[in-house]
Design a protein around this ligand. Structure first.
Ligand SMILES: [Zn+2]
Length: 211
């Protein structure tokens, strides 16, 4: 990472507040890989990521493939007293609904299926056209929605729930882990990497001028 050393006047600038000390100062237009630090306390205020949109799109595509594998295949196969039962993610949600826990069923559906899928699709919707210097209708709203979805996509919490269930059931039943569980486990770091790779500042900058 290269720290900014060029004089501010050569850049297009805009005002930003330091999140640590509240100092309001002019921040220059950063190039890829550059960082801007607060002139008073030295906090990192803005950073332009070094990689391209392709990098984020490749991570999003991998996440989508893992998501599909995780949702169409068997998560766990349980054998209790000679009776074998296969479970996948959606059948778990359905089971909760059938037992009357519709609020929990809805919550599990949102945090483990709907929100992760919407996040991945939002990345494609916003980034694919940007790659060709275009923009689809409502791209800004979609990207704002993507940012608001983050607290709802809790794949790691769902994964933790499965692992706790596995440990508790291990004494009662013979359990075989399906390919969906491995895909779901792999989906967590890939979704986090997609999030981390997105350069919000660059994306907003490229979405804004056309308005
Ligand atoms: Zn500061």
């Amino acid at each position: 990472m290269q720290q900014l050393t060029k004089p501010l006047a050569v850049f297009r600038t805009h005002l930003t507040a330091c999140h640590d000390c509240d100092l309001l100062f002019q921040i220059p237009h950063l190039q890829k890989g550059e960082q801007a630090h607060c002139p008073r306390c030295g906090a990192l205020v803005m950073e332009r990521k070094g990689h391209s949109l392709d990098y984020s799109l490749a991570l999003a595509l991998t996440s989508l493939i893992l998501f599909v594998i995780a949702n169409v295949n068997t998560l766990l196969r349980m054998n209790v007293g000679g009776r074998t039962q296969s479970e996948n993610i959606i059948s778990g949600v359905n089971e909760l609904y059938v037992q009357g826990y519709w609020e929990i069923a809805a919550l599990v559906f949102i945090v483990s299926i709907l929100a992760p899928l919407l996040k991945i699709l939002c990345v494609f919707y916003v980034l694919t056209p940007l790659k060709f210097n275009a923009r689809l209708p409502y791209a800004k709203q979609v990207f704002r929605f993507y940012e608001s979805l983050s607290p709802w996509a809790m794949t790691e919490v769902y994964m933790l729930g499965i692992l706790v269930a596995l440990v508790k059931l291990a004494d009662l039943a013979t359990i075989n882990v399906g390919i969906a569980l491995y895909s779901f486990a792999a989906l967590i770091p890939f979704m986090a990497a997609t999030d981390a790779s997105l350069d919000d500042h660059e994306i907003w900058e490229r979405l804004e001028p056309s308005d």
